[in-house]
Design a protein around this ligand. Structure first.
Ligand code: PLP
Length: 400
């Protein structure tokens, strides 16, 4: 028998994966090219060519026992130093390798952060809609996830509600910009106001409140929009970064945490996080991938490919009468369901071989998410299908 504590995770985490598996089934029946699968944030843009070359170079040129061996649980020092210098160049920060901990993707980094900070009954605040795994991660360490309801129609964080939600038990706030599932980016003004609220509340309660910035989509921003670097605005910030999307390497499980010197209890946090990396079973981030990302520090995927998808899908859906905020980053559209029950709408779309995910997976019912990290052909093929679904809605042809 499985542990009772696992039962709710298993039930709760299956909606997106279930849709993905549904896609595989439909593909067998109708052919892969006739199924329009927008269910999963799995990048369709190939990693930059230099990734492959650097793997080859590392295997040929570097000492095998070094490349395949254990290292400091925080990661190779030279890799962490390269990342720190890169961040300093981009953001005018002053990090050293001491501030960087290599992780098993963003998910590994978030788990390390929670393990480091959270005692049972601590509160972690998240803004809906949010990446559904936050709930499981928080629960895994006994935290209560306090959810601030969606701020419609902009989906910008509701800062008044944030101020009202912070208590003496608040240990952390988690933010994600560019955002999954809405694609919105938090402006500098928003980050500044948020920082002021947290500073005031730390004083009021005499506590440390950590701001966790989950940033796997940092590089995926459009129309020249800038994504503020949060450590510059609030001293108790921990940044979680990942190469899953920025270099299209989600299966390789590589990312890092940034823990600035200014953090309250800095030395203890660093050693606790390094220990957490080990005792959660990661031990260290994958060794070859650490060396790859350092060699490819200036590489990036071609964001223009996602941008073209974004423009075509967004404009196409708006023309049909769908309502949606135009995303400024990441690769998701968060569309208002034209009928109240968005799960039913997802079923209607599935009947037309379009796979999308209900907003309730992100604590935001009434909306659906489309991950547009798909081929352009998929976008073009899906649009007429989405039109048919809208026509059915207009004709009152829901199954209710
Ligand atoms: N955080 C957010 C907001 C995500 O969307 C994802 C993945 O989709 C993750 C974290 C996990 O990323 P990784 O694959 O790097 O663990």
């Amino acid at each position: 028998m499985i542990a009772k504590s696992m039962e709710s995770y298993v039930k709760g985490s299956s909606a997106i994966r279930a849709m993905f598996e549904e896609g595989a089934k439909l593909a067998k029946i109708y052919g892969r090219e006739n199924v329009y699968d927008f269910s999963l944030g799995n990048p369709n843009v190939a990693p930059p060519e230099e990734i492959k070359q650097s793997i080859i170079d590392i295997l040929e040129a570097e000492e095998p026992t070094f490349v395949h061996g254990y290292m400091n649980n925080a990661g190779y020092e030279d890799v962490r130093n390269t990342i720190a210098q890169h961040l300093n160049k981009l953001h005018g920060t002053q990090f050293t390798e001491k501030n960087i901990l290599m992780t098993v993707g963003a998910a590994g980094g978030l788990n390390v952060t929670f393990k480091t900070l959270i005692d049972p009954e601590d509160e972690v605040i998240a803004f809906a809609p949010y990446f559904g795994e936050y709930r499981s991660y928080a629960a895994n360490y006994g935290a209560n996830l306090v959810v601030i309801p969606p701020n419609l129609p902009t989906f910008q964080p509701d800062l008044n509600k944030l101020a009202q939600s912070i208590t003496a038990k608040t240990k952390a706030i988690i933010i994600n910009s560019p955002n999954n599932p809405t694609g919105i980016v938090y402006s500098e003004e928003t980050i500044k106001q948020m920082a002021q609220i947290l500073t005031d509340k730390e004083k009021e309660f005499g506590t440390d409140i950590y701001l966790i910035a989950d940033e796997p989509y940092r590089e995926l921003a459009y129309d020249g929009v800038s994504v503020p670097y949060v450590t510059k605005y609030y001293k108790n910030t921990i940044v979680g970064y990942s190469y899953s999307k920025s270099l299209s390497l989600p299966g390789e499980r590589i990312g890092y945490l940034v823990m600035p010197d200014e953090l309250s209890d800095f030395e203890n946090i660093i050693s606790a996080a390094t220990t957490a990396n080990r005792i959660l079973g990661f031990v260290n981030a994958p060794s070859i991938m650490q060396r790859v990302v350092a060699r490819c520090i200036n590489s990036a995927v071609d964001v223009n490919i996602y941008n073209k998808n974004r423009e075509t899908l967004y404009n196409g859906l708006i023309e049909m009468g769908y309502e949606c905020i135009k995303p400024e980053g990441a690769f998701y559209l968060f569309v208002k369901s034209p009928i109240e029950d968005e799960a039913e709408f997802c079923n209607m779309a599935k009947e037309h071989r379009v796979l999308i995910v209900p907003g309730s997976s992100f604590a935001c019912p009434g909306y659906i998410r489309m991950a547009y990290c798909v081929s352009y052909d998929t976008i073009i093929g899906a649009l007429p299908q989405m039109k048919k679904v809208m026509d059915e809605v207009k004709n009152g042809a829901t199954k209710k």
